[in-house]
Design a protein around this ligand. Sequence first.
Ligand code: ATP
Length: 237
Amino acid sequence: MNTKTVQTSDALDGGSLAIQSKNVRFCWPGQASELTFPDIHLPRAQHLFLHGPSGTGKSTLLGLLAGLQAPASGRIDLLGRNLGDMRAGQRDRFRADHIGVIFQQFNLVPYLSALDNAILPCRLSPLRQTRAGQAPENTARELLKQLAVPEEHWHRNVTKLSIGQQQRVAAARALMGNPEIILADEPTSALDTNNRDRFLDLLLTLAARHNSSVVFVSHDQALAGHFHNQMTLEADS
Ligand SMILES: Nc1ncnc2c1ncn2[C@@H]1O[C@H](COP(=O)(O)OP(=O)(O)OP(=O)(O)O)[C@@H](O)[C@H]1O
């Protein structure tokens, strides 16, 4: 499978980069073809829109950037650190400290309330707890408010919320404690056009406030204009 880059930013030194990847390849067990990915060069506080047809490897690439899988070859540096140099435990720590994720299934903890889900990164990372300020619960409340999750739902079990509300709780959790990188996989798939645009504006505005970089996966090319950089994954014809 071939992939190509449509547009990326100008080169900067490693210290100012959120993400740098080179010659990354990956093959899922049991799959005949290897996925090859374009190089990424994403400055801190800039956002990347990652799009392409189904099956071209968008979710796989986010998993590699999150350190959930390791590339078969190539190199990924986040915030100037080579993921390949870290042991599994160090990658987990790095993810908890520096990466917010909004994945397709939201990965919310089903038995916790919306508020407790939003606070969770602070329980897992002292660094994010420190960054969230003296009272992380107040920060979580503020984020839920900004993301328009109605207050009467904050103490409800998160599975009792609508899909759109769950997506916004997942976004609040990803933003909690100001991680430098936010990885979002189709977070607007369940929203209508109005809510989709509002959600995206909010996510990018809140991320910009904290100098976070967002990598945003979507099929929906109409969203591309919100982003500094774009990358297309394409299947072989
Ligand atoms: N856990 C897995 N085990 C085996 N193969 C997988 C796994 N996850 C993905 N794949 C395969 O890897 C390829 C890329 O899948 P991926 O989900 O990354 O694509 P995608 O572009 O995100 O697709 P979509 O837009 O439909 O979500 C596909 O051929 C898929 O079948």
